[in-house]
Design a protein around this ligand. Structure first.
Ligand SMILES: Cc1cc2nc3c(=O)[nH]c(=O)nc-3n(C[C@H](O)[C@H](O)[C@H](O)COP(=O)(O)OP(=O)(O)OC[C@H]3O[C@@H](n4cnc5c(N)ncnc54)[C@H](O)[C@@H]3O)c2cc1C
Ligand code: FES
Length: 288
């Protein structure tokens, strides 16, 4: 287990204390679906937060608590710090109901990234469900910005229902402007829904990619990731080329508290993104 060096500010100033939330102000909010909101944040101390695709921050709703949330903005472009948050409990509710002008504490960025550049020269297949598309958005934006360096890029996305589909405009643009094959499926849809119904993991078997030259990125509920990885391996993708984001219980984010421990791994610093070769024997271990 290793503890990351304290994150440095973009300006190269002295490292900040990783346990100390920095004040950020909400400068914009966007209601993505009935229970999911994207927050745009700007630092009140001036230094932008530099991150890699796949990293997360600890967002602190003052007086309520702190939770890990992935950064969903473009890592290659300066701009507000973006997080897409699903309202599932006390802290996420406080975050999704924050209005412009609210101060939020931010620690991080923490954790490993998707390292999508490792897939250059080959195909990329992304399998994701629900809010799992948010942590993958920066990786997709990175691929899109260097599209010519990748082969086929396939995005398989599953949502509970049509009204829970995230980033529909982004997905349409990735398909139309960058030749990304986007396949969306829902668990259930009204009679007016003409798209696919069924599990996203079922789409892996007939998706168009070359398994021997593919980098696979998977994010979603753990059971979905397990089935997705199994389906990818059945197609011939090597476990080392399948990356999963293990988003388990986290508190400190810096390898100190042990809340995220998974046998020898501390998921906040050794993950959340890890390859399936490493994770497969550990996924049966329950959360602490
Ligand atoms: C590295 C990482 C990245 C994450 N990125 C995002 C993100 O981009 N957007 C987002 O909306 N959420 C993300 N999450 C999940 C988010 O941290 C939890 O939803 C949040 O901690 C719930 O806190 P709460 O106080 O609102 O609800 P709680 O009352 O703590 O929990 C409410 C419900 O959510 C479940 N829950 C709690 N933590 C998690 C978790 N880690 N994964 C799944 N279910 C959980 C609980 O079991 C419970 O059923 C991420 C988690 C991790 C570890
Ligand atoms: S959250 Fe990983 S050790 Fe504290």
């Amino acid at each position: 287990m290793s503890v990351d060096a304290p994150p440095a500010t973009a300006s190269g100033d002295l490292p900040v204390d990783p346990m100390l939330p920095r004040p950020f102000q909400v400068i914009g909010t966007h209601l993505d679906t009935r229970d999911t909101v994207t927050l745009a944040l700007e630092p009140l101390d001036g230094a932008p937060l530099v991150h890699r695709a796949g990293q997360f921050t600890m967002l602190h709703a003052f007086g309520v608590g702190e939770v890990p949330i992935s950064i969903c903005g473009d890592p290659m472009r300066p701009g507000p710090l973006m997080h897409t948050i699903r309202d599932v409990g006390a802290v996420t509710h406080a975050l999704v109901t924050a209005t412009p002008g609210t101060t939020i504490g931010v620690r991080g960025p923490f954790g490993t990234g998707w390292d999508v550049s490792d897939g250059r020269g080959g195909d990329v297949v992304i399998v994701t469900g629900g809010i799992g598309l948010a942590p993958l958005r920066p990786a997709i934006l990175e691929v899109v910005s260097r599209r010519a360096e990748y082969g086929r890029v396939v995005l398989l996305y599953g949502a509970r229902s049509p009204e829970d589909i995230l980033f529909a405009e982004d997905m349409a643009a990735w398909a139309a402007d960058h030749g990304i094959v986007v396949e969306v499926t829902v668990d259930y849809g009204p009679p007016s829904w003409t798209g696919r119904v069924g599990l996203v993991t079922n789409l892996v078997a007939r998706a168009g990619f070359d398994p021997l030259h593919t980098l696979a990125l998977v994010c979603g509920p753990e059971v979905m990731m397990r089935y997705a990885a199994t389906a990818l391996v059945a197609r011939g993708v090597r476990p080392e080329r399948i990356r999963l984001s293990m988003e388990r219980n986290m508190k400190c984010g810096v390898g100190l508290c042990g809340h995220c421990q998974l046998r020898e791994l501390f998921l906040c610093v050794d993950g959340p993104v890890l390859d399936y070769a490493r994770l497969a024997p550990l996924m049966d271990v329950q959360e602490l």
